[in-house]
Ligand binder design. Structure first.
Ligand code: NI
Length: 156
């Protein structure tokens, strides 16, 4: 995929070369790749390519920004655990209190007779959020754990 040409949408030119408005670009792309892309975005519910392109670019920019250890990020940690495991609840609560200033919110759902689902929203430097998530996920008795991270700064 390569940008062929770039021009500002009519009426958007501000003379600086940097427009806050929409700009149109032409993109050269293999037919096969484009067909696959069109099928993918249709499955995902996009009505047009432009919106799909914008979301993909935004996701990459946010991911790159969140990669830097000092970047401010917001993370959600999803945990599934068996509450019958001895002292597990206490351990998880203790860990959360130890990091209370980085935990914005916690949601607890009693999934079934044995299992609990917990979703925690964390905020802090990327390095810190990942460390807290790693400790929670690695706690013995936690069956599933996942961290989703997004840059907490301005979303492009
Ligand atoms: Ni529960």
């Amino acid at each position: 995929m390569a940008a062929q040409r770039e021009r500002q949408a009519p009426g958007r030119a501000d003379g600086t070369g940097k427009s806050a408005g929409l700009r149109r670009i032409g993109v050269a792309i293999d037919s096969d790749l484009l067909e696959k892309f069109d099928r993918l975005i249709r499955r995902r519910g996009y009505n047009n390519r432009s919106e799909a392109f914008r979301d993909l670019i935004r996701a990459e920019l946010v991911e790159e920004a969140a990669d830097a250890p000092d970047s401010p990020v917001v993370g959600t940690v999803t945990l599934v655990y068996d509450h019958n495991v001895r002292l597990l609840n206490e351990k998880l609560v203790d860990l959360q209190h130890r990091h209370f200033h980085h935990i914005l919110s916690t949601l607890h759902v009693h999934l079934d007779h044995d299992h609990c689902l917990e979703v925690l929203v964390l905020r802090g430097a990327s390095r810190t959020v990942r460390q807290i998530a790693d400790v929670l996920i690695a706690t013995k008795g936690v069956k599933l754990g996942r961290l989703t991270i997004t840059a907490a700064g301005a979303i492009p």
